[in-house]
Design a protein. Structure first.
Length: 150
C-alpha cells in the first residue's frame, strides 16, 4: 500500500566487529607526517598532559581523497592494580563518516597500553578517554565534531 512504511532491519554486517574499514589512500606514514608536520608532535608519543593541543581541537583535510584528520590526546583507563596513571598519548584519527564505530590500530593500542607492538600483550580493545568539556545551550544534547559554540 502507498501508506505502508517499509522497515529494513539493519544489515548484520553493521556489527562493529564485522565492519572492516578500508581507507587505501591512508598509510601509517601519512599519520606520522601529519602528526609531526601539522601538529608538531611525534605520532603516538606521550603528550605533556591529557588536555588537547588546542581548543577546539583542529583538524586538517589532506590526502588524495581529501580526508579529515585530527590529533586527539587519549588516555586509557588504568588497568586493575596499576600503581600510577597511564600517560596521555597523541593519536591522529581519520574522520570516517562511514564507520559505525571508532577504531584504534594495533600500534595505537600498544602505545596506549604501554607495551611493545609485537608483543602478545597488545589488548584487543581499551577504554580510552578523550579530554573535552560539556556544552550548554543549543549544543548540550549531542556530540558534534568541529562545532565551536559560545
Amino acid at each position: 500500500a502507498d501508506d505502508e512504511i517499509l522497515f529494513t532491519p539493519l544489515d548484520p554486517g553493521t556489527e562493529p566487529l564485522d565492519h572492516e574499514p578500508s581507507l587505501p589512500d591512508v598509510t601509517e606514514a601519512d599519520l606520522e607526517g601529519i602528526s609531526k608536520g601539522i601538529y608538531g608532535v611525534e605520532y603516538l608519543s606521550e603528550a605533556p598532559s591529557s588536555q588537547q593541543l588546542s581548543y577546539p581541537p583542529e583538524g586538517i583535510v589532506s590526502g588524495s581523497c581529501r580526508r579529515m584528520f585530527i590529533n586527539l590526546v587519549c588516555v586509557r583507563r588504568p588497568f586493575e592494580g596499576e600503581a600510577s596513571p597511564p600517560p596521555p598519548i597523541n593519536v591522529v584519527f581519520v574522520v570516517d563518516t562511514t564507520s559505525v564505530v571508532s577504531y584504534l590500530s594495533r600500534r595505537a593500542l600498544a602505545a596506549l597500553a604501554g607495551v611493545d607492538e609485537g608483543s602478545d600483550e597488545v589488548p584487543f580493545g581499551l577504554m580510552v578517554s578523550i579530554d573535552g568539556h560539556c556544552r550548554h545551550g543549543a549544543f548540550e544534547y549531542y556530540q558534534s565534531f568541529g562545532t565551536f559554540a559560545h
